[in-house]
Design a protein around this ligand. Structure first.
Ligand SMILES: Nc1ncnc2c1ncn2[C@@H]1O[C@H](COP(=O)(O)OP(=O)(O)OP(=O)(O)O)[C@@H](O)[C@H]1O
Length: 624
């Protein structure tokens, strides 16, 4: 037994060092619950060991027969599942050493002089994953290096036995390894024919050696197929067919990508639909042609959401769960390389296939905006394809820039809706309230000499509207006062201005702080007890710290003196008719500005309409 090196003055000097004990049950629990995402990975680990064993045999003996793996699922009358490969096999010494030591792997053993990237395994825990579906693992193996065949049986409680088979039994066994599992009742389905076929195809369909599954009638099906995504000569339609399978609809395009530095290559499929906002990327990645994951989200730059890739890599390092890659320079390098190729494809397609590029831009507007924001070169191209909402309608960014030297925008959708209707068509403003639009405009101004950026404020825009002529001053002031009195309960005051278009009777406006105050007040209508305290605290805070108008905050109903209805309103003497008409104009302006109506507003709408109908048919006795 090894002892610690004697160190003078070390009280532990003479105490022998002891190896850690491993509680196998604890390790299996750790694997199944914390490392592997599901018991189904047992099949991946077996396929991987089979593939590695075939590679090792070929290295030992280039003339070895063609490698293959055979799976016989558990079935009625045949309770065991078996997995057989014709790989290198294990000598009795190797079996004792490798299979009995958790964390021991032949595949990273320098003494064996193996090339690391030729093998998928490295952690020395994969075989233990079989304990997730079976309480016993039996390994029968005969080594290509000669010697007796072995039978090794491991039990989930943490014991094993191993025996060398007599010569006649050794001779009867082919070179290679068979792993036999007896399904645990709770995981029996996992070893059944249907499940095994599906799992073997999912994990191993592109393995370089045939994987065969025995059908219930005794015949064998080969599940492996050629990896079209790795074949530079594959027919484009065949590649698109694979894309359709992976993406769920025919991709807009497919193009090859690679990062030779890490042996990573494959195909990028351009998604025919916009991915859900905030959704993760889901690239399918194979490691040595064995499926690693269908949802790798860190192999492309953030903006690479418009494609889904199918890739194979030889050199990226998997984590122990084998479901993602270890971060670091290699991953970073691969991400940069692949990103550069997506970018190159976009630039090339813009030049050579404007129709396809238009389709891509149509589907991925939002994402392309994100891309334009941090890539100046691409932005210059994308500007003529990206659109923004303006007060003169939706238009391409370049068309907007050609209209005006001042890029004027509102920071929120709310502000835009309040004033869009009164902005002159020859100097439109942009609604930059949607994701990336404000940043996009900043990028536009930065890259376009002579353009200036100006954030529009609702109140400033209103102040710019023309006041009515002095001659009308008396009627205007009277109209403002009377309308403000009518709107007192709605938290709005009336102001009279002149603006185009003349058929727009009024605008409902409020700066964002005021709107927030009004929204909070509406909340107290709905849930007075819970919210009232919070809202008044928030208002008090705002009033104190942000110089907001606080409790007496008012939105404005801006009446259009150019509008004939508004002018007639100034002459209405009947208070009942006047108040209902003002209320209706107010509610109509709210709706036109896309403001949500509160419960109180909705009641007001109903009573106002009813009253006006009554008034128009002369039934006004009880109206004040
Ligand atoms: N089918 C097989 N043929 C030959 N040797 C095998 C086979 N299966 C397992 N071994 C040996 O047993 C060792 C342990 O296997 P195990 O699957 O536990 O770990 P690994 O494949 O080395 O690493 P990982 O945990 O990354 O899968 C392997 O390194 C290999 O030497």
């Amino acid at each position: 037994m090894p002892t610690t090196a004697p160190e003078p003055g070390n009280p532990a000097e003479q105490v022998p060092a002891r190896p850690f004990q491993v509680d196998l049950r604890g390790v299996v629990d750790l694997l199944s619950r914390h490392i592997y995402s599901s018991p189904q990975v047992f099949l991946r680990e077996l396929l991987q060991n089979g593939r590695d064993a075939i590679e090792a045999r070929r290295r030992l003996d280039p003339a070895a027969p063609e490698g293959r793996m055979r799976i016989t699922p558990a079935a009625a009358g045949r309770p065991d599942f078996t997995f057989t490969d014709n790989g290198i096999g294990l000598t009795p010494a190797e079996a004792t050493d490798l299979l009995a030591t958790v964390g021991r792997s032949s595949k990273r053993d320098e003494v064996l002089n193996l090339r690391r990237e030729d093998y998928l395994g490295q952690f020395g825990i994969g075989l233990l994953s079989c304990f997730m579906v079976s309480d016993h693992i039996t390994v029968l193996s005969r080594s290509a290096r000669g010697g007796r065949a072995i039978e090794w049986v491991g039990r989930a409680e943490g014991t094993f036995h191993i025996r060398e088979l007599p010569e006649d039994q050794t001779d009867a066994l082919p070179i290679g390894t068979t792993v036999r599992l007896t399904p645990r009742p709770d995981e029996a389905e996992m070893l059944s024919a249907a499940r095994v076929r599906a799992l073997a195809a999912r994990f191993g369909q592109y393995l370089p050696h045939p994987v065969e599954v025995a059908a219930p009638d005794g015949t064998r099906d080969t599940l492996t197929r050629a990896p079209v995504f790795l074949d530079p000569h594959a027919h484009p339609e065949q590649v698109l067919e694979l894309g359709t399978e992976i993406v769920g609809a025919k991709p807009l395009a497919a193009f090859p990508v690679e990062a030779p530095g890490t042996g990573t290559r494959g195909v990028a499929f351009v998604l025919p639909y916009a991915p859900p906002p905030g959704g993760n990327q889901a690239n399918r990645v194979y490691l040595g042609r064995m499926l690693l994951s269908e949802r790798v989200d860190d192999l492309l730059p953030d903006w690479g959401f418009f494609v889904r890739c199918v890739l194979d890599t030889t050199d990226l390092k998997p984590t122990a769960s084998r479901e993602s890659f270890v971060g670091g320079d290699d991953l970073e390098h691969t991400r940069t390389e692949l990103g550069a190729q997506l970018r190159r494809w976009l630039l090339g397609t813009a030049r050579t296939d404007p129709h396809l590029f238009g389709q891509v831009m149509g589907v991925h507007q939002q994402g392309m905006k994100a891309l334009a924001v941090h890539d100046a070169d691409l932005a210059r191209i994308l500007f003529s394809w990206l659109t923004v909402e303006t007060s003169a309608g939706t238009m391409k960014v370049t068309d907007y820039a050609a209209l005006t030297p001042r890029v004027r925008y509102t920071e929120t959708v709310d502000e835009f809706r309040q004033i869009a209707a009164v902005i002159p068509a020859d100097a439109p403003i942009v609604n930059a309230g949607y994701a990336f639009d404000a940043d996009l405009l900043r990028q536009l101004v930065e890259l376009t000499p002579g353009l200036a950026l100006e954030r529009v404020s609702v109140t400033a825009e209103l102040d710019n509207l023309n006041p009515p002529p002095l001659a009308d001053r008396e009627s205007v002031v009277a109209l403002e006062d009377r309308a403000t009195a009518v709107l007192a309960d709605s938290g709005a005051e009336a102001a009279v201005r002149m603006f185009a278009p003349v058929d727009l009777p009024a605008l409902y406006v409020a700066d964002p702080e005021v709107l927030r105050h009004i929204e909070r007040s509406k909340a107290t209508d709905v849930a007075p007890t819970l919210w009232a305290g919070l809202v008044s605290d928030a208002d008090a805070f705002m009033a104190k710290h942000a110089a907001v108008r606080g409790a007496d905050a008012t939105a404005r109903l801006c009446l259009n003196w150019s509008n004939p209805l508004v002018r007639q309103l100034a002459d209405v003497r009947d208070e009942a008719v006047f108040s209902r008409s003002v209320q209706l104009v107010y509610l109509q302006a709210m709706l036109a500005g896309h403001r949500p109506l509160s419960a109180r507003d909705r009641r007001l709408l109903t009573t106002t309409m009813t009253d006006l109908v009554h008034l128009s048919i002369g039934f006004e006795s009880d109206l004040a």
